[in-house]
Design a protein. Structure first.
Length: 164
């Protein structure tokens, strides 16, 4: 007698992903505001989808990394610029300097190993149509339906892995 809870008509997963991507933007923005110098031993591994909308990287890198690519911001990067939607940075690959433009929506992972902090994301793809869903049950012309009691089973816990 298990009842499956109805699918949410509020895109909680997308809202949480967007909020966590804002963490990446804020961290990179602080580095940019500090003149591009990383504080202490902090350094970042940023993984992103190379074919995501808005990603601009050299064709040679797309050929080498046709799906995902991880960059490291540690010692040798320059011209970090952060906007509301993404960032750009200069890096060297096999001795060749390159400028990368990466929207936050293309990021699939952000890790700062210096403090054992990491975030993983689903790649956002604005070209995908929303999945079809049933009509909202509260829009019935017959009036509102009874809503089953909430037992807390739809609550999601976000654990950032902080050691206690």
């Amino acid at each position: 007698m298990t009842e499956t809870p109805p699918d949410s008509l509020i895109p909680y997963d997308e809202i949480v992903q967007e909020a966590l991507r804002a963490v990446v933007g804020r961290v990179l923005g602080q580095v940019e505001a500090g003149g591009g110098d990383l504080p202490g031993n902090h350094h970042f591994y940023i993984t992103f989808k190379t074919h995501a909308p808005g990603v601009s990287i050299p064709a040679s890198l797309v050929a080498r990394f046709p799906d995902e690519m991880t960059i490291v911001l540690q010692n040798k990067f320059w011209d970090l610029a952060v906007s509301d939607t993404g960032f750009s940075v200069g890096l060297t690959f096999s001795g060749v300097p390159a400028k990368l433009d990466i929207p936050f929506a293309a990021i699939t992972a952000f890790v700062d190993p210096a403090v054992d902090f990491g975030l993983q994301f689903q790649a956002a793809d604005s070209d995908l149509a929303p999945e079809p869903h049933d009509d909202a049950e509260n829009d019935s012309p017959d009036g509102p339906r009874a809503i089953p009691a909430d037992d807390g089973s739809n609550v999601v816990t976000v654990d950032f892995g902080k050691k206690k």
